[in-house]
Write a protein that binds this ligand. Sequence first.
Ligand code: BTN
Length: 267
Amino acid sequence: MTGAALSAEAIGRGLRTAVIGRPLRVEGEVDSTNARLRALARDGAAEGTVVIAEGQTAGHGRRGQAWFSPPGVNLYASVLLRPRLAARELGVFSFMASLALTDAIAALGLPASIKWPNDVLVDGKKVAGTLVESGVRGETVDYVILGVGVNINVDLPALHEALGPAGAFATSLAAALGRPVDRNAFAASYLNRLEHWLQVWRKEGPAALRRAWADRDILTGRRVEVRRDGAGFEGRVAGVDEQGSLVVDDTLGRRHTLASAEIRLQD
Ligand code: BTN
């Protein structure tokens, strides 16, 4: 473990929220904080419920990939929301988490950016990812789970070994800052900022989140290679649409709207 253990009391001291983190559960090692929170959501847990764990044995990311989740060094956090909205409007929720993460990282003195759909980057390398999962009843959303994994104090050689070749594009907040980071303070800072963006969404709607997100996004206007379902093409990113899909114009001028894909920068 690097620094203090995570605790609900220590995180609670930094919380300035009315909804998020009320209640807040801090667990030891769990399978996945998203899976734990999903079980609570199905049992009727209230909006704002948070599950944070010291480690995960089955942490997962996008496209079913494993999320490296060693105990005692990072942040694995899931937040339950119960917004009144249609299932097709869900895309914007991953923006909320990456906006809150980039704010919390910037408050440490590190400029952070976002790479669609949910990678949070420092010095061009991934420090955090967001996984949004939801429960839908008919056309409407029953619950949304915003899960984030943040590489905070994890040992860099261990991270690189666990990720293999992808490790070259990953880092931690401690490595970028050159000192360990207080995980309890960081967790509170993230949750406070998440509540801020939840309020922005409620008061100003999804367009305000999309605008803020676009200001931090590194892909728009860039040449990229797109890979999905084993096939690939090259093109230039035109932006992100209302559903949170990436819009890419390929080299033949055809427009592609991508709900999910692997994107590599070419310039
Ligand atoms: C990504 O692929 O970039 C998203 C990674 C999201 C990982 C977090 S860790 C906390 C929560 N629980 C999970 O099982 N996944 C998310």
